[in-house]
Ligand binder design. Sequence first.
Ligand SMILES: [Zn+2]
Length: 316
Amino acid sequence: MLYVGVDIGGMSLKIGIVNEKGEILSRFVMVFDKQSKQEEMIVALANNIKNHIKEEKYNINDIKGIGVSCAGVVNTKTGYCDYSANLNWNKLDLCGILTKYTGLEAKITNDANAAILGEVKFGIAKNYHNVVMLTLGTGVGGGLYLDDKLFEGNEGKGAELGHSLFIYNGRKCACGLKGCFEKYASASALIYDTKEAMKLDKDSLMWKYCENDIEKVNGKTAFECAKNGDPSAKKVVDQYISYLSYGILNFCNIFRPEVVILGGGVSNQKEYLTNPIKEILKENNYGYKNTPPVEVLIAKLGNDAGIIGAAALLMD
Ligand SMILES: [Zn+2]
């Protein structure tokens, strides 16, 4: 059997034909014409999928269906994308239109859920039964795989770990709450804290690293300068790792996973990030003497997680 995996991100739209081993056999990218109506965008996607199947000479009978990973608020029951800020979508019958124009079954989930499904089926989390995944990017995406099943919650709108309350009445989040976890543990939060630290320390190596232009600060600035011994950078990194670790500790105590998977830009720091997190988890794990330790690993599928995870929605 083959599967179509569609990854609708904030910036890009990637489509792949995936086999049962999670290998992408062929792929293409497309751009939505943002001038056209939301329904027309999906008709164009459906037609491109049909053309690709034809051009690459796949037998349509070998294709089980279309899985969609969508950055936005989706409804897994109706197959709708209820809301996407980037694409200006509202109550869009995404799966219905795909099925109507391709004749293929279609399923949808959000991007964080697709990523964890991909990692569990074909990536770093294979053979684990309880997995928490955090994607550390602009925000913090959350995914839960519990007792061998993707946990999605009502309408697939659960697992928003990034919007769990971390500091009561803390930093204002775009979701309306104050003090969400992602305001402390995302790459954006790390960049914010890096800039604040630089303003307080004009001699910091971080200024040199970003050529005296504070707008050039990115998620690597503090980490790279901390590795070179800069005290202010080290403070930023220690604080960031602390925020992240105690947030993860909450999820460990609630869900008791065997493993926590980290993805997104910040996860490129690899052991520099995972080793101190593991230490903090070990020291603070509830009932630590009799509770199994939690492994912390870096996601493996990278940019292909969306396509592969979306395709996996159709797999048994
Ligand atoms: Zn929030």
